[in-house]
Design a protein around this ligand. Structure first.
Ligand SMILES: NC(=O)c1ccc[n+]([C@@H]2O[C@H](COP(=O)([O-])OP(=O)(O)OC[C@H]3O[C@@H](n4cnc5c(N)ncnc54)[C@H](OP(=O)(O)O)[C@@H]3O)[C@@H](O)[C@H]2O)c1
Length: 257
């Protein structure tokens, strides 16, 4: 069989692809934005509260390449915004190629103290918004043969103590990743990246907990946001025959969780 023409995703070599990254103003999201931008993507940085940081990042990227970065604001607890957010993102450059569902809330919910608000917040950001944003963007991605990346967590597979709602939401996101890969093919690929210990949460975490986590990580150190960003770039740009997979980037943490 002549297979010289089987690479479906990169037929338009001269256009700038457009990536929307939720929660892209800081931390892992911001490093992912930079990595995709450096690889030639135009980026749309979604933010909720950190829009000043998003503006600063977009400004810096536009200085290096004019008209290559935009920002978009929205609270993913508001389930009326999903379609508008995607439509607004499309308006910038009249195309969309990549969605990175990176935004996430993360806090403990010890059993006995869980409120309905906790449930809504954790489920909304980690599971509901990724699904509905994917549904809204799918018609655009079909046209560009684009892809979706869901940021999951090694604790989608094994529970983290006192975090039942967060872990359930990420476990749900794993199944959404697999289901959408099945249902949105052959045009759209859907994959996940599961970070281990990369950046400690912004709220306090006791030192002994951090030490315990690193002790149970084969590489005995935390990873860096760039480890995640490189994997995201690999999946969106270089992995034309990978869909429905979740790659753990965890220094071996899942071996000993
Ligand atoms: N850090 C790690 O080591 C680690 C480990 C496992 C998994 N992960 C996953 O990797 C991804 C990135 O991790 P991270 O630590 O960099 O994330 P993060 O800093 O905890 O959160 C990323 C962004 O999510 C946004 N966000 C939160 N609630 C939101 C809401 N209701 N509406 C809209 N945006 C909201 C925030 O945007 P604003 O600041 O603009 O409000 C925040 O900056 C997440 O999906 C996380 O679950 C990270």
């Amino acid at each position: 069989m002549d297979n010289t023409n089987l690479n479906h995703n990169h037929s338009e070599s001269n256009v700038s692809r457009v990536a929307l990254i939720t929660g892209g103003s800081k931390r892992i999201g911001a490093v992912t934005v930079r990595q995709l931008h450096q690889a030639g993507y135009k980026v749309i940085i979604h933010c909720r509260l950190s829009c000043q940081s998003a503006e600063a990042l977009a400004g810096e990227l536009n200085d290096t390449r004019p008209d290559s970065a935009k920002i978009i604001q929205g609270d993913l607890n508001d389930d009326t915004i999903y379609n508008n957010l995607i439509d607004q993102a499309f308006q910038y450059w009249q195309r969309l190629d990549v969605l990175i569902n990176n935004a996430s809330s993360f806090f403990p919910t010890p059993i006995g103290s869980i409120t309905l608000d906790d449930w809504d917040n954790l489920i909304n950001t980690n599971m509901k918004a990724p699904l509905f944003l994917s549904q809204a963007i799918a018609p655009y991605l079909k046209k560009t043969r684009g892809s979706i990346i869901n940021m999951i967590d090694v604790h989608a597979q094994r529970p983290m103590k006192d975090h039942p709602v967060y872990c359930a939401a990420k476990a749900g996101l794993t199944m959404i990743t697999q289901s959408l890969a099945k249902d949105l093919g052959p045009e759209i690929r859907v994959n996940g990246v599961s970070p281990g210990a990369i950046l400690w949460p912004e709220h306090d975490m006791p030192e002994h907990t951090k030490n315990l986590i690193l002790e149970r990580t084969s590489l005995k150190r935390p990873g860096e946001p760039i480890d995640i960003a490189r994997t995201v770039l690999f999946l969106v740009r270089d992995a034309d025959y990978i869909t429905g997979q979740v790659i753990a980037v965890d220094g071996g943490r899942t071996l000993n969780i």
